[in-house]
Design a protein around this ligand. Structure first.
Ligand code: PEP
Length: 229
């Protein structure tokens, strides 16, 4: 069965109580997987909140047995030690199964380089977390061993102007021509109105969603709509 990845990137949004409210709207709906009519696809929903929400969300997911995975929005390129403010893979591993790495907001605001992205990817891998590496085009270097790539053109992030599904398909195809086994997600102004057009593309394996993931009902509409494609 083909896996469809739907990843919510909350960025710097939601207090713990807001995060729990969201989870307790979305979680019960996902438990009932026939809502998704996903007989063609195994839908994997991952939420990437701020670090400080992770522990409470993890407890709530476990207690309620929700079908939601947790991811971090970043990870330290270093290990345990004297790296003030960093979140190392060795600590995150108790909380997350995935880590977004190399988001363009980190490349732009925190001067992250391709080398740092590769170091972060390797750190995540060492502890068993799956790195979701963001690329801004087919020319962005992809770390060796990466299975999930998110194609996120900068012009489309948070702007309300998504790429065309046809161009996103072209980029995904280009990436897969070099790395046939990777999963390619699309991210950039995805909404419940345009999500189907992206995931209907042959080489697109899922979505990375920022703004539209913040509202639980809107996010659920996207998940439900993807389950019918
Ligand atoms: C993102 O930040 O990864 C993203 C895709 O944001 P938005 O959906 O808001 O464009």
């Amino acid at each position: 069965m083909k896996t469809l990845w739907i990843i919510a990137n909350w960025k710097s949004n939601k207090t713990i109580s807001e995060a729990l409210d969201w989870l307790n709207i979305v979680g019960p709906k996902l438990q009932n997987s026939e809502n998704l009519s996903a007989d063609r696809q195994d839908i994997k929903v991952i939420v990437c909140p701020p670090f400080s929400d992770l522990a409470e969300l993890k407890k709530e997911i476990q207690v309620n047995n929700y079908s939601i995975f947790l991811g971090s929005q970043d990870i330290s390129p270093f290990g345990i030690g004297a790296y003030t403010g960093e979140e190392p893979a060795e600590i995150l591993k108790d909380l997350v199964s995935y880590s977004i790495i190399g988001h363009s907001e980190r490349r732009e605001n925190f001067a992250e380089t391709d080398e740092m992205v590769a170091d972060k990817f390797n750190k995540a891998k060492e502890t068993g977390a799956e790195g979701v590496v963001c690329v801004q085009g087919a020319e962005t270097p992809i770390p060796e061993g990466c299975n999930i790539i998110a194609y996120e053109p900068i012009f489309a992030i948070g702007t309300g102007t998504p790429d065309t599904p046809e161009n996103a398909q072209k980029v995904a195809e280009q990436i897969k021509s070099e790395k046939p086994d990777v999963n390619v997600l699309y991210g950039g102004s995805v909404t419940d109105q345009n999500c189907n057009a992206f995931i209907s593309q042959k080489d697109i394996n899922g979505l990375l969603i920022g703004k539209a993931s913040l509202d639980a009902e809107e996010f659920l509409k996207i998940v439900e709509s993807c389950g019918t494609v």
